[in-house]
Ligand binder design. Structure first.
Ligand SMILES: Cc1cc2nc3c(=O)[nH]c(=O)nc-3n(C[C@H](O)[C@H](O)[C@H](O)COP(=O)(O)OP(=O)(O)OC[C@H]3O[C@@H](n4cnc5c(N)ncnc54)[C@H](O)[C@@H]3O)c2cc1C
Length: 521
């Protein structure tokens, strides 16, 4: 089957087309190898087996132990615990917590509003029951992390807006803990949860790859693992939890299932920041035995400016144009929202898009310093700006037409866009794209940066029930199989709605999956 026959809607709604494409490409392997018909000699036996020791996996293991499973093992493909969760800032969204009241102005926020915002942002593609459960369960996760795992919450902030979503649903909900918030501090969350899981008796084994699911009489009865090139069969008396994240580093699966992820992985491979061991294994293994795939999109952002990553810092006065020199998106909308538009625009026009900025009337040094304080902007001052020009990262010119020529954009179109921008900001007119921040004059000298996504992960995974049971394309539960975190789909996408969504998803769905597996008869 040719991939081009598949529509984006096929994936987001979880049609079987993506699975068929993968099967046709030979990526799933033969179905027969997953179905064991002969008597199996098991090498080992556990109650609950968790594949992957990232945020989701450790939460699943802890919850399985809390729910009374006797023998719980986490198999981890790499040599360390944490996966991409280690690289994260560990920030988590939740509404109505005591910490939100303590650290923000939002005293009356509720999980209902939180769910309503996420659902609106999901553009009709999300499983509303899963999203509602996540919003309702998030505050208890925040408390569990504090009271049971020893996480110390120290602040709360908000994400940037999403145009067309009712503003009254927005609130500061992103919780960060002591020494957290910055990339690389997610390990604090993982270690805190694992300490609790280990105290309850959960085990972990590193350099152990889960390579297949073993199915007996239609039920997932165990897994095949590979250690040092040897394979072993391990029985799961109660259930297997897949927590191996998304198709972050699997070009073939991205091609079949997730066009934006495919764009990132093929055109900007160095900017895919997830752990290299996240190759969509759990999704592949699940689909091989008939599980449905649902969702899509990516967590993309501008790694040079960090534009619109959160509401604490104003977005730099800039606008984004296509090759006709036209704006096409609200630039201060939350990062993955505006980066999805960049992806779509580049695909539609078959040309790169550009961020255009100038000195805004003050010195560049002053302007950039004023608007980048406390952020990770790459061009903080005259020195970094000049270095970027020198390296070719930025193009500069004294007139907008000259800049347009340099970057291959229509000069008349770009000049018209600049004039309209400056007229609107001078007159105080509402921005035509709903932009709220960074509305200031843009004046010579002008600068252009070719947009480049930095990728924090692929969205979309196995379709699950509210108990994280994996289902097939007909909606039937595959007994004994659970999926959570970014290994599961339907609860996040088609673009990432803002920081703290993924990690709260690892905690909430990881715990639901671990508990459900432990309680499976
Ligand atoms: C730089 C960066 C910053 C981010 N910051 C935030 C943030 O602050 N807040 C937020 O909400 N989101 C953030 N994200 C996104 C978030 O970190 C991820 O979406 C999330 O951590 C994924 O968690 P997970 O448990 O699903 O997967 P992971 O944490 O990646 O865990 C999956 C684990 O499975 C293992 N594995 C894979 N295949 C197998 C196999 N076959 N057998 C055994 N083990 C296997 C992997 O080695 C890995 O350890 C960030 C992402 C990045 C890259």
């Amino acid at each position: 089957m040719a991939n081009r026959t598949l529509s984006r809607r096929d994936f987001l709604k979880g049609s079987a087309a993506g699975a068929a494409a993968l099967a046709a490409a030979g990526i799933l392997g033969t179905a027969a190898s997953a179905e064991e018909t002969e008597e199996i000699t098991w090498d080992r036996e556990y109650d609950v087996i968790v594949a992957g020791a990232g945020g989701t996996g450790v939460c699943a293991a802890a919850a399985a132990k809390e729910a009374g499973a006797e023998k719980v093992i986490v198999f981890e493909k790499s040599g360390i615990m944490g996966g991409t969760t280690n690289f994260s800032g560990g920030v988590m969204q939740a509404a109505g917590t005591k910490y939100q009241k303590q650290f923000s102005d939002f005293q009356d926020d509720t999980p209902e509003k939180h769910a309503a915002e996420w659902i609106a942002e999901g553009e009709g593609y999300l499983d509303e029951a899963l999203v509602t459960d996540l919003a309702n369960g998030a505050p208890e996760c925040i408390d569990w992390l504090a009271d049971t795992c020893g996480i110390e919450w120290v602040g709360v902030y908000g994400h940037c807006h999403v145009p067309y979503v009712d503003q009254s649903l927005e609130a500061d909900r992103i919780h960060y803990y002591k020494d957290g918030g910055a990339s690389g501090s997610g390990g604090i969350y993982v270690q805190a949860v694992w300490k609790h899981a280990e105290e309850l008796g959960a085990e972990v084994e590193y350099n152990t790859e889960v390579t297949d699911l073993i199915v007996i009489d239609g039920k997932v009865a165990g897994v095949e693992i590979t250690v040092d090139g040897e394979t072993y069969k391990v029985k799961a008396n109660k259930g297997v939890v897949l927590a191996t994240a998304g198709i972050d580093h699997n070009i073939e699966m991205a091609k079949a299932l997730n066009p934006q992820q495919y764009w990132d992985e093929t055109e900007y491979p160095a900017s895919c920041l997830c752990t290299p061991t996240d190759t969509g294994d759990g999704i592949r293994m699940g689909m091989k035995i008939g599980a449905a795939f649902v969702g899509g999109g990516c967590i993309d952002f501008c790694g040079k400016t960090g534009a619109a990553t959160d509401n604490r810092t104003p977005v730099f006065p800039e606008f984004i144009v296509n090759k006709m020199g036209q704006r096409f998106v609200c630039e201060d909308a939350t990062y993955a929202y505006h980066y999805r538009a960049i992806f779509q625009q580049e695909k539609t026009t078959q040309a790169k898009t550009w961020m255009i900025f100038g000195n805004g009337g003050g010195s560049v040094d002053q302007k950039i310093a004023n608007t980048t304080e406390g952020t990770t902007y790459a061009w903080k001052d005259e020195e970094t700006l000049n270095a970027a020009i020198e390296s070719g990262e930025l193009q500069t010119a004294d007139t907008i037409e000259e800049l347009a020529e340099k970057i291959g954009v229509d000069p008349k179109g770009l000049a018209r866009t600049l004039a309209a921008w400056n007229e609107d900001v001078a007159a105080g007119n509402p921005d035509p794209f709903g932009r709220r921040d960074g509305l200031a004059e843009i004046a010579a000298p002008f600068y252009a940066y070719q947009n480049m996504p930095f990728n924090l992960g692929a969205l979309g995974g196995l379709k699950i029930t509210q108990k994280c049971e994996v289902v097939d394309y007909a909606g039937n539960v595959i007994p004994g199989l659970y999926a959570a975190g970014l290994n599961a789909g339907g609860w996040v996408g088609p673009y990432y709605p803002g920081s703290g969504t993924a990690i709260i998803g690892t905690c909430y769905f990881g715990r639901v999956a671990g508990k459900a597996a432990a309680e499976n008869a």
